[in-house]
Write a protein that binds this ligand. Structure first.
Ligand code: NDP
Length: 330
C-alpha cells in the first residue's frame, strides 16, 4: 500500500520535494478495527499549518511518518461489530491507499444518499464550517448584506448560497480568477462578485456593496479583512474562519491598519473552529441535504485522479486551482 510522508518542513510555499509517496505494509486488523480501501482523499488548507513544527489546535505532521486527513472508503475486512465488508466510512486516515482504523473513530456514510465525495465537502467538514460559521458565529439574519472571501472554494461557495437561501439582502463574493467570478454570479447566485487580483479589494468591495456590509465571512485575512472592516456597517459581524493569504508567509504579517473600525462601529469579530459546532450537525444535514435534493444549492468539485497526485492536488489548492472542494479520487 502506498502512503504519503512529509519529508521536509516547508519554508514558505511547500514544494513537491517536501513530500514522498512511499510503500508500506498494511497493518494487521485488530479487535474493533476495520480495513478500508480509500476511494476519495481530502486535501485542505489547514494541512499547511500542520506542516510547521508548532503547537496549534491540531498536532503537526511528523516527518517521515504517514500524513493523515479526511478520507472516505470501502470496508474490505472488519473485526468491529456492526461493520460489514462493503460498508462505506468517513475517517481520518487519508493520504494513503489502505487504512486500518478503529471503527469507533469512523462514521458510516451512504452512497445512495449522496456521492461519497460529498462527505468530504458539502455534507462534511467544509459544509459544516460554512453553515455554523454563517448562522451561529456571524449570527446571520434575514436582510443582512454578506461578503465572503474565498467565495468559489469549498467553504465559501456554500456560505454565499446559504446566505442567499436564508434571505440575505445582498451577497458579495471575491475570488482569484475571472472564470470563478463568472461561476459566482451565474451558478451560485451571488449578487456581485469580483476578482481580487484585478485591483485593490477596498475599491472593488465599495463598488460591489455601495451600502456597506453587515456580515464578513473571512477565509483569507490580510487585505480582504482590512477592506471588510472599512465596508462593515454599525454592529456588523465578522467570522474569522481562515487566513489563507498568510499560510505561506515567512514573516509575521501586519494586521489590518484600520482596526479602529471594530471600536467605532461596535463590530463583533469572532474566530471559529468547526469542531466546536457539532451540536448543529442534525440541523445542518437536514437543511443542506434538502437544498441539495431540491437543486437550490449548486455544488462543484475539482477532482484530481491518482494517489500519486495527492501532493500536487494540495499544492494546487494553495494556488487556487480548485473551484469548490478539492478531492483526490483513487
Ligand atoms: P478552498 O476550497 O477555498 O481552497 C482554498 C482557496 O483559497 C483557493 O482555491 C484559492 O482560491 C484561495 N486562496 C489561496 N491563496 C489566496 C490568497 N493569497 N488570497 C485569497 N485567496 C487565496 O478551501 P476551503 O474552503 O477548504 O477553506 C477555506 C478557508 O476556510 C481556509 O482559510 C481554511 O483554512 C478555512 N477553514 C477553516 C475552518 C475552521 O474551522 N475555522 C474549517 C475549514 C476551513 P482563489 O482562486 O480565489 O485565490
Amino acid at each position: 500500500s502506498r502512503e504519503w510522508h512529509l519529508v521536509a518542513r516547508p519554508v514558505g510555499w511547500p514544494k513537491p520535494e517536501d513530500f514522498a509517496l512511499r510503500e508500506a505494509a498494511v497493518p494487521e486488523v485488530g479487535e474493533g478495527q476495520i480495513l478500508v480501501r480509500n476511494i476519495h482523499l481530502s486535501v485542505d488548507p489547514y494541512m499547511r499549518g500542520r506542516m510547521d513544527e508548532r503547537e496549534s489546535y491540531i498536532p503537526p505532521y511528523q516527518l517521515d511518518r504517514p500524513m493523515d486527513g479526511g478520507a472516505v472508503g470501502e470496508v474490505l475486512a472488519s473485526r468491529a461489530e456492526g461493520y460489514e465488508v462493503g460498508d462505506h466510512v468517513l475517517h481520518g486516515l487519508g493520504w494513503r491507499e489502505y487504512a486500518v482504523v478503529d471503527a469507533a473513530r469512523t462514521a458510516k456514510v451512504d452512497p445512495k444518499v449522496a456521492p461519497l465525495s460529498a462527505y468530504l465537502g458539502v455534507l462534511g467538514m467544509p459544509g459544516m464550517t460554512a453553515y455554523a460559521g454563517l448562522l451561529e458565529v456571524a449570527s446571520f439574519k434575514e436582510g443582512d448584506t454578506v461578503f465572503v472571501s474565498g467565495a468559489a472554494g469549498a467553504v465559501g461557495s456554500l456560505v454565499g448560497q446559504i446566505a442567499r437561501l436564508k434571505g440575505a439582502a445582498r451577497v458579495i463574493g471575491s475570488a482569484g480568477s475571472d472564470e470563478k467570478v463568472r461561476v459566482l454570479r451565474e451558478e451560485y447566485g451571488y449578487d456581485a462578485a469580483f476578482n481580487y487580483k484585478n485591483g485593490p479589494v477596498v475599491d472593488q468591495l465599495k463598488e460591489a456593496a455601495p451600502d456597506g456590509i453587515d456580515v464578513y465571512f473571512d477565509n483569507v485575512g490580510g487585505e480582504h479583512l482590512e477592506a471588510a472592516l472599512s465596508a462593515l456597517n454599525l454592529h456588523g459581524r465578522v467570522t474569522i474562519c481562515g487566513m489563507i493569504a498568510q499560510y505561506n508567509a515567512t514573516e509575521p504579517v501586519p494586521g489590518p491598519r484600520n482596526m479602529v473600525n471594530i471600536l467605532a462601529k461596535r463590530l463583533r469579530v469572532q474566530g471559529m473552529i468547526v469542531s466546536d459546532h457539532d451540536a448543529l450537525r442534525p440541523r445542518f444535514v437536514e437543511e443542506v441535504g434538502g437544498w441539495i435534493r431540491s437543486g437550490e444549492l449548486k455544488v462543484r468539485e475539482t477532482v484530481v485522479e491518482g494517489i500519486e497526485n495527492t501532493a500536487d492536488a494540495f499544492l494546487g489548492l494553495l494556488r487556487g486551482e480548485n473551484t469548490g472542494k478539492m478531492i483526490v479520487t483513487l
